[in-house]
Design a protein around this ligand. Structure first.
Ligand SMILES: *Cc1c(COP(=O)(O)O)cnc(C)c1O
Length: 413
């Protein structure tokens, strides 16, 4: 029998080849600015804990070895303003916020409690909080605690498991009794993006405050807090912002609310003349009034380095790569995984999708463990979701290809 020529590579296969995508990626060199001790590990969990920037590792060694060891308590002269200095850096690099509106302090959970509590104080007589039933657990727990201690009701939005909370649902839930709406801009499960402008407009009409949790948005999508006249927001710095494990969260209070809302914790870092150690609390104006106690200096410098990398790459370029990475993942899912029982758990429309892709499969939990054994690290979310977290500064298209190939091999046994 005559020897058949090899099939030429089909157009479809060519489109799914990661090499040209990586070659054309303007952010490809940013991976070299991060510690990647095992280049063979396919890390798809940067939306849970971002990789360490090399600059952070240097900085940590210097702050500990020189400033802490050498300057001792004298270093507080330049450490004291870190929460505000890093807040301003983050505001401009990732949040589209003006100086003096962001502080980096405490955890997302604690900041959420503080802004929600102050917002509720500012709407006395209203009895309802609106929030999403599928939101991140700590957000729901905080609200349940606030509601219980104040005798308020929570109106839960069901949302669509893939497309997230719709503006129709929010509009239906809003009335003159709603004091506060809390929503995550990007869903931690499906990556669905909520229509922020529409929610803000609807809440303004009925006089409710809105608090945005930006944990899965910051560093992945532009949020433009100032231009969109957002009032209140909080979020993590250790996910797409690569701040490091347990790095303090950010808190954003718009200028129009800074004089109006009263922070529920009056700590000495919010005191105007902190070291006078005076008898009476006389709060600092602006976002400094939301500081509480002694800041975690070693963690804060990690956030500063993370924000610097976001600034250098540019949030618009980061978003463009994020859209390309998630789109590529979905194209591979359709071609390679859908025939084996996987389905897309994230919005198909890139405008409605954040930085990760949820792949649904009946055996998602076991498959995630098997992937990790093979050096591919996504994470699992109940009940059937494998999250492919795609960090634009460190994830390559080749990583995605290898992750999908490993999953397909497991599925075809
Ligand atoms: C990651 C995440 C948190 C985590 O809160 P911590 O206080 O940092 O533990 C909270 N909310 C959302 C939406 C998150 O994605």
């Amino acid at each position: 029998m005559a020897c058949m020529p090899r099939d030429p590579i089909s157009a479809a296969e060519r489109e799914l080849d990661p090499a040209p995508l990586d070659a054309a990626d303007p952010l490809a060199t940013f991976r070299d600015r991060f510690a990647v001790p095992d280049p063979d590990l396919v890390y798809l969990d940067g939306n849970s804990l971002g990789r360490p920037p090399l600059g952070s590792l240097d900085r940590l060694a210097r702050v500990a070895g020189q400033e802490w060891a050498g300057e001792l308590a004298g270093a507080w002269n330049h450490w004291l303003d870190l929460p505000l200095r890093v807040g301003d850096a983050l505001a401009s690099a990732a949040l589209g916020a003006v100086p003096g509106t962001v502080a980096v302090t405490d955890s997302t959970t604690v900041n959420l409690y503080r802004v929600a509590s102050a917002a509720l104080d500012d709407r006395p007589g209203r009895g309802v909080i609106v929030a999403a039933r599928e939101d991140f657990p700590t957000d729901r727990y905080v609200l349940e605690g606030l509601a219980a201690s104040r005798g308020l009701a929570i109106r839960w939005l069901d949302g669509d498991p893939i497309e997230g909370v719709s503006i129709r649902e929010v509009q239906t839930a809003l009335d003159a009794d709603v004091a506060l709406v809390l929503l995550s801009l990007v869903s931690y499960r499906s990556a669905a993006i909520v229509d922020l402008d529409a929610v803000e407009a609807a809440a303004r009409r009925t006089g409710a405050h809105v608090v945005w949790d930006l944990s899965h948005a910051a560093g992945a999508i532009p949020v433009d807090l100032a231009a969109r006249d957002v009032g209140l927001a909080v979020g993590c710095t250790y996910k797409y912002l690569n701040g490091g494990p347990g790095a303090p969260a950010f808190i954003y209070v718009a200028p129009r609310l800074q004089a109006r809302l009263r922070p529920p914790i009056q700590g000495w870092f919010a005191q105007r003349d902190q070291f006078a150690m005076g008898p009476a609390f006389d709060p600092r104006h602006g976002i400094a009034g939301w500081l509480v106690g002694t800041p975690p200096v070693l963690s804060l410098v990690g956030v500063e380095e993370g924000a610097a990398l976001i600034a250098q790459a540019g949030i618009e370029a980061i978003r463009a790569k994020s859209v390309a990475l998630t789109g590529y993942t979905i194209a591979l899912l359709d071609a390679e995984l859908a025939p084996f029982g996987c389905s897309l758990g994230s919005p198909r429309d890139p405008a409605r999708r954040g930085g990760h892709v949820s792949v649904r499969h009946r055996d998602a939990r076991v498959l995630t463990s098997r992937l990790i054994e093979r050096g591919v690290v996504p994470d699992f979310r109940e009940p059937d979701v494998i999250r492919f977290g795609l960090s634009p500064l460190t994830t390559s298209f080749a990583d995605v290809r290898r992750g999908v190939d490993a999953l397909r091999e497991l599925l075809t046994g």
